[in-house]
Design a protein around this ligand. Structure first.
Ligand SMILES: Nc1ncnc2c1ncn2[C@@H]1O[C@H](COP(=O)(O)OP(=O)(O)OP(=O)(O)O)[C@@H](O)[C@H]1O
Ligand SMILES: [Mg+2]
Length: 502
């Protein structure tokens, strides 16, 4: 039997139309200056109908001695602080306002439908109840960090976190990529028994390269870390896999006549070069084709030369996506050598297309496509160059049905396609202070209220608000430290400067 004083925090009082179904206030117990409950903490009120779980929204301290500014001023000017004359400390108390987030009844979460009674005791919420209430999975879930203010690991199940796409949003330097490394560590160390997802990561800055050298922590089957690192310069897109529309989307304003001619040439050349062909061979083929009108031919040749210059195209596919995308393997596509956005976009468009095509036919296992700088690849604005946009939007819309999943990362949410963002049922939001971005986040994710948006501006590096399907209510999480650190990377500007001196 739990004693009555166990985990007691305070007593519900009547104030400003509360307690009502969604809100109540309580007076804190204990010595006046003690901090026994913090803003954002979950608390519980046990009722006959179940346990009412709430979150502390605000804390207000009051003291009747200090209610009249005039009196305080008077004692102040006499040089006799109130504290020296009256027992002011004894009259200080704190009122906490709490917002009800749910009712835990018969071992399942229920929508709240009644108000707690004035006089009810408010207690700390039991960690195991909170874990179940939030729908965490301590046994099989991903260990991503801990809940702010609670001694509870944040272990969402892979189903809840990833099966309906995940967006990671924040301003620069808030901890997005760090969180991705933590997530990758968790996904890469899952066992066969637990089931492993294939991961393809588009590494725009080369910051995940270090993962290819990490050593397993323990020598068990589960810890064989399978990482493939592919440099952008080694990639090759097979020309024979490209349609006239595909090529048309890579160059600007191809006319219908030109597309039609190209389509015809492509269907002819397929039977001529059975084992694939290069752009050079395609160009020569067009040059020798007398049936194409002079100006159409020149335009086609010009465009194809232009594509040839990117050095991204060849006879065969490198890598062969079908053989490289495997359960439990991380494939890093390192685009850090490319300066041209267009080249990066061509690669991402091709990969997204192939992955979707192969997954639909079940030629590859369920996969997670992790895309850094997502706003560069699927921007909201129609004016931005956006070759992969339609493919990524298709994965966002349809991918979840056959487990072609996205993890999109962006430091400019306002620039990210709303279609894509609204399809991400899960969002991990780190610190963000730009009002336009905050507004965009607020509008594109349900269940995020004004208070939560305000809290996002005050988050620290490595702290995140999870919203969506992952947890039953928006939850603040402190992301754990990663097990593996990139070696040889400067930690700060001063560190980089010292290294440069050597
Ligand atoms: N959970 C964490 N624990 C400890 N340190 C962290 C954590 N998250 C972030 N950091 C620190 O903050 C730095 C910046 O984080 P990170 O590179 O993830 O930012 P970012 O949001 O990806 O920024 P950008 O948008 O510029 O890519 C990291 O190098 C790391 O030192
Ligand atoms: Mg980053």
């Amino acid at each position: 039997m739990v004693s009555d004083t166990h985990n007691r925090l305070g007593t519900v009082v009547c104030e400003n139309g509360t307690p009502n179904v969604m809100e109540f206030s309580f007076v804190l117990e204990g010595v006046s200056n003690e901090i026994i409950v913090k803003r954002g903490e979950f608390v519980s009120v046990v009722t006959p109908a179940g346990e009412v779980i709430s979150r502390v929204q605000d804390l207000i301290r009051t003291n009747r001695y200090y209610q009249h500014a005039e009196a305080v001023r008077e004692y102040q000017s006499r040089g006799e602080p109130l504290r020296s004359i009256f027992p002011t400390d004894r009259w200080q108390y704190t009122v906490a306002s709490a917002r009800v987030v749910g009712l835990w009844a018969n071992n399942r979460p229920v929508r709240p439908y009644f108000a707690v009674s004035p006089g009810s005791v408010v207690r700390q919420v039991d960690a195991s109840v909170l874990s179940q209430f939030l729908r965490l999975d301590p046994n099989n879930g991903l260990n991503l960090g801990s809940l702010g203010h609670h001694n509870l690991a944040f272990t969402p199940s892979i189903d809840r976190l990833l099966s309906k796409h995940l967006a990671i949003l924040a301003m620069s330097g808030a901890g997005k990529s760090y969180f991705v490394s933590v997530l990758l560590e968790e996904l890469l160390t899952r066992t066969k028994k637990q089931g492993r997802i294939a991961i393809v990561l588009i590494d725009v800055h080369g910051e995940y390269r270090y993962l290819k050298d990490i050593e397993p922590l323990t020598k068990t089957e589960s810890s064989i870390v399978d990482v493939e690192h592919i440099r952008g310069a080694h990639l090759q897109i097979p020309v024979n896999s490209m349609t006239a529309e595909g090529i048309g989307s890579l160059v600007s304003d191809m006319s219908t006549v030109q597309k039609r001619e190209l389509k015809r040439v492509l269907s002819e050349i397929q039977s001529f070069y059975k084992d694939g062909y290069s752009l050079k061979e395609l160009i020569d083929y067009i040059r020798d084709d007398d049936t194409i009108k002079g100006n159409t031919r020149d335009a086609l040749i010009g465009w194809l030369y232009n594509l040839e210059e990117t050095r991204l195209f060849g006879k065969e596919a490198v890598p062969d996506i079908k053989s490289i995308v495997q359960p439990g393997r991380l494939t890093i596509i390192d685009l850090s050598d490319f300066i041209s956005l267009r080249k990066k976009q061509i690669v991402v468009a091709h990969l997204a297309n192939e992955l979707l095509y192969l997954r639909r036919r079940e030629s590859i296992p369920p996969f997670l496509l992790v895309l850094e700088e997502a706003h560069q690849f699927c921007p909201e604005s129609r004016h931005d160059l956006a070759l992969p946009k339609s493919r990524i939007e298709t994965i966002a819309r349809e991918g979840r049905k056959f487990f072609a999943l996205l993890c999109l990362i962006s430091q400019r949410p306002v620039k990210l396609s709303t279609t894509v963002l609204s399809q991400c049922s899960n969002q991990a939001i780190f610190r963000c202070t730009n009002p336009y971005d905050l507004d965009h986040i607020g509008r594109s994710s349900e269940g995020i209220d004004r208070a939560a948006l305000d809290a996002i501006t005050t988050l620290e590096v490595g702290e995140s608000l999870f919203v969506g399907e992952t947890v039953s209510v928006p939850t603040f999480v402190k992301i754990r430290k990663r097990y593996f650190e990139p070696s040889g990377k400067a930690k700060s500007l001063s560190d980089a400067l010292l290294r440069a001196e050597k």
